[in-house]
Ligand binder design. Structure first.
Ligand SMILES: [Zn+2]
Length: 69
């Protein structure tokens, strides 16, 4: 579990968001944009590209663009 003191100084890493985070199980959930950040070995992975949104999908899916010849 993440310490409340650490949680207080953390904020969403998304530049347009910067909202406080809520701890839940092994996740941090942004109060603003709803992205979920995994906590690994007690340290949150505050990387927007690795976060997932409330629907459980990747925030920035890396699906290839449709190729139109
Ligand atoms: Zn956010």
């Amino acid at each position: 579990m993440i310490s409340p003191t650490l949680l207080e100084i953390l904020a969403c890493p998304v530049p347009e968001c910067r909202s406080p985070l809520d701890a839940a199980d092994s996740l941090l959930i942004c109060r603003g944009c709803g992205l979920r950040y995994a906590i690994t070995d007690g340290w949150p992975t505050l990387i927007p590209e690795e976060a997932v949104n409330a629907a459980g999908r990747a925030a920035n899916p890396t699906e290839p663009e449709p190729q139109t010849p």
